[in-house]
Design a protein around this ligand. Structure first.
Ligand code: AFP
Length: 336
């Protein structure tokens, strides 16, 4: 076994804890609990097709148990695991309207915001989906956390990450000491370090955007996309399009291979003037990761995603994220 394959998530988390004198181990405990939830979700995702076929109606599986929709299952799994882990004081989920309290007597000093199964419209067609999480420190008084604890800007995150359920299950996270990726070995049920200290390439040849919305786009988006599609061999254009429609999958590919992902403002729906993606559950955690990996995350009017003060748990935000030089180049179109 190579040395790298010996490093489990627990070992990496403990090593990183040692870099912070005075750390109590609570953040490590929180991450370890989340990792258990991720393993449970991963097992269920792998069974999804089977459960559906065997369950027929979608209501019962072969053992006669209720088959829950995977996004509902993932939400319930994370909630149940974390509400009594003792490390957090309040949660918010992309799937729920309000804050989620933890059990009395189990209040800890962190908050957790999560998207239990991002890209869930891809479940039935075997496309990669994922769980995204974001952790802040509690700022309010009292034992139980409040909405104010969750409505903190991204630069105050103490940890962020995602688990992608793809050809293999991969966990990527940061606590501010680099970005590390771990691959789940299902035969032993353990995540092993597979991508230490990830750095996103500073320039890429891939772009990810829902190009079907061209006719809803504002001029800036249209001009930038036209630019990266123009033939210019010296600067590596045209770029290639890669769009899965599952942020975790699109982001993960761009993080490893380089790329720019855009979900800018458009004229598609009047109820989503800021685009579709959520600040707390999608944009801010991905922004922390990409920044730690040397990339950039901005809005389409040039604001740093990490510096946006959230005002609503489900606030949406335009997102342009990825390789540094690509995002900088995009800004020349978005800011003129
Ligand atoms: P679902 O969870 O409804 O599939 O939405 C996924 C998502 O929020 C994000 O993962 C994708 O990047 C984005 O939506 C895709 O949205 P479009 O279908 O509008 O391109």
């Amino acid at each position: 076994m190579s040395k790298r394959l010996c490093v489990t998530t627990s070992r990496q988390i403990m090593d990183s804890q040692k870099l912070h004198p005075g750390a109590t181990g609570e953040l490590s405990g929180l991450l370890n609990e989340l990792i258990v939830a991720a393993k449970i979700i991963s097992a269920e995702v792998n069974m999804a097709g089977l459960a559906d076929i065997l369950g027929q109606s979608g209501k019962t599986n072969v053992q006669g148990e209720d088959v829950q929709k995977l996004d509902v299952f993932s939400n319930a799994t994370i909630k149940r695991r974390m509400e009594q882990c003792g490390y957090i004081c309040v949660m918010a989920s992309e799937e729920e309207d309000g804050i989620i309290p933890v059990l009395d007597g189990y209040e800890g000093k962190y908050t957790l915001a999560f998207d239990p199964l991002d890209g869930s419209s891809n479940i039935d067609v075997n496309v990669s989906i994922g769980t995204i999480f974001s952790v802040h420190r509690k700022i309010s008084d009292g034992k139980q956390g409040t909405e104010a604890d969750l409505l903190q800007k991204g630069s105050k995150q103490v940890a962020a990450g995602y688990i992608i359920y793809g050809s293999s299950t991969v966990l990527v996270y940061t606590t501010g000491d680099g970005v590390h990726g771990f691959t789940l070995d299902p035969s032993v049920g353990e995540f092993f370090l597979s991508h230490p200290d990830i750095q996103i390439p500073e320039r890429s040849k891939y772009y990810s955007v829902n190009e079907a919305y061209t006719n809803y786009w504002f001029d800036s988006t249209r001009k930038y996309i036209e630019h990266i599609k123009k033939i210019d061999r010296d600067s590596g254009r045209p770029y290639s399009l890669r769009y899965i429609g599952s942020l975790v999958a699109d982001f993960h590919r761009n993080l490893i291979s380089g790329g720019i992902f855009l979900y800018p403002r458009d004229r598609k729906s009047t109820d989503k003037p800021e685009g579709k993606l959520r600040l707390l559950y999608e944009a801010a955690p991905m922004a922390m990761i990409v920044k730690e990996a040397g990339g950039v995350a901005l809005t389409d009017d040039g604001r740093d995603i990490l510096e946006i003060e959230p005002t609503d748990l489900h606030q949406r935000v335009p997102l342009i994220i990825g390789s540094r030089k690509d995002v900088e180049e995009a800004m020349q179109f978005f800011l003129t």
